[in-house]
Design a protein around this ligand. Structure first.
Ligand code: ADP
Length: 350
């Protein structure tokens, strides 16, 4: 295990910021922490980097204890590299000297590593350039090269693309992901942007109020969220009222929804009221006379698809993403049915 946080807690004065937070990354894995502003993402990174002390629990980096209640390995001895939104390159140094800055060793070894990592980051031709001569994307690649040059045991990325425009971000994400994999680095990214986390990470954690609700693959976070918070935070979707009509069937106002496996658990007995997750891709258009009646409230064009906000006859708001060749007008009366591959239910509270 290259990074392990076991029940880490952190207080500012008497205020708990992290509450028994746990996560693990295997060597060579990339993880991402996503969550709303103020959830504690930056505090987690600061605790791992050694910029903040922990109040309880343990942090191990590369199998070595880095933080515990009565123990704090200094930041400079943790072997952690960092990349931030503001690449903060030294303006008066060349690209090569920026990258060499944190390297210890002989001049020849330093030169060799700088050449190697600049080639890996597709910046070999810019070794002599100054930061101001580079585009934003190139500056970020140099910042990544600088963070990776000393072969850190762990690379921490704190919202590194927050200031990057959307068009550049897509290609930069791909490149950064490729470089991290090529260098066999273990990395942890903090972001509020789900698309970014999904593009880069093998494993993502949704963090809320200082705890990780679910540490899992992006696929499972989307299709098999383990709590209502993750279900609402990840992707689009709504939780609609339902009742467990059978072990593998939910009765809803849109009709019965059949699950592939039994949904009943000790918390969810047959007959109990539930909240069922309905993603926009769980709704299909039906012929008139089939399905249930709905009205288009809003639409948002996404290119190949259109995201519709619909109101059912009972007034429930649901979302549907449909191919944009069906160009339904706002106000149109349509018929829809649920077609749910992953049925996710939570107990109804209250
Ligand atoms: P995120 O990165 O998810 O936005 P942070 O880790 O920055 O969250 O902050 C988590 C919580 O800790 C927030 O409620 C914030 O107000 C609080 N916090 C952060 N730094 C301090 C500090 N130095 N003193 C007191 N509270 C702080």
């Amino acid at each position: 295990m290259q990074l392990q946080l076991a029940s880490v807690s952190h207080y500012h004065g008497r205020t708990p910021i992290l509450n028994g937070l746990s996560l693990q990354l295997e060597e060579g894995e990339t993880g991402a922490l996503i969550g709303p502003s103020g959830a504690g993402k930056t505090t987690v990174l600061n605790c791992i980097a050694g910029l903040e002390e922990v109040s309880g629990g343990e942090i191990h980096i590369g199998g070595t204890l880095a933080s515990a209640q009565d123990f704090h390995l200094p930041a400079e001895r943790r072997g952690v590299g960092m990349m931030f939104q503001d690449s903060a390159l030294f303006p008066h140094l060349s690209v090569a000297d920026n990258v060499a800055f944190g390297l210890r060793g002989t001049a020849a070894a330093t030169r060799g590593r700088v050449e190697e990592i600049l080639a890996s980051c597709a910046m070999a031709d810019y070794a002599a350039a100054r930061p101001h001569e580079l585009s934003g994307g190139q500056q970020q690649r140099v910042a990544l090269a600088r963070a990776l040059a000393p072969r850190p045991r762990l690379l921490l990325l704190d919202e590194p693309f927050a200031g990057t425009d959307a068009a550049l971000k897509a290609s930069l994400l791909q490149e950064v992901g490729d470089i991290i994999k090529r260098e066999k680095s273990t990395a942890l990214l903090v972001t509020h942007d789900q698309a970014e986390a999904f593009a880069l990470a093998d494993r993502c954690g949704v963090i809320d109020a200082g705890s990780i609700c679910q540490w899992d693959t992006a696929y499972n976070l989307y299709h098999c969220p383990n709590c209502a918070f993750v279900a609402s935070f990840i992707g689009d979707g709504v939780l609609i009222d339902g009742r467990l009509a059978a072990a593998d069937e939910v009765a809803t106002e849109l009709g019965p929804v059949k699950a592939a496996a039994p949904l009943t658990t000790p918390l969810l007995a047959k007959g109990s009221s539930v909240k069922m997750l309905l993603r926009p891709d769980d709704i299909v258009l039906t012929e008139e006379g089939q399905g249930i009646a709905a009205r288009v409230l809003e639409k948002s064009f996404r290119g190949a698809e259109i995201l519709y906000k619909l109101a059912t006859g009972a007034g429930t708001h649901i979302y549907a993403v449909l191919p944009s060749r069906h160009d339904l007008a706002v106000g149109a009366a349509i018929a829809v049915a649920p077609q749910v591959d992953h049925v996710v239910v939570f107990p109804s509270i209250g």
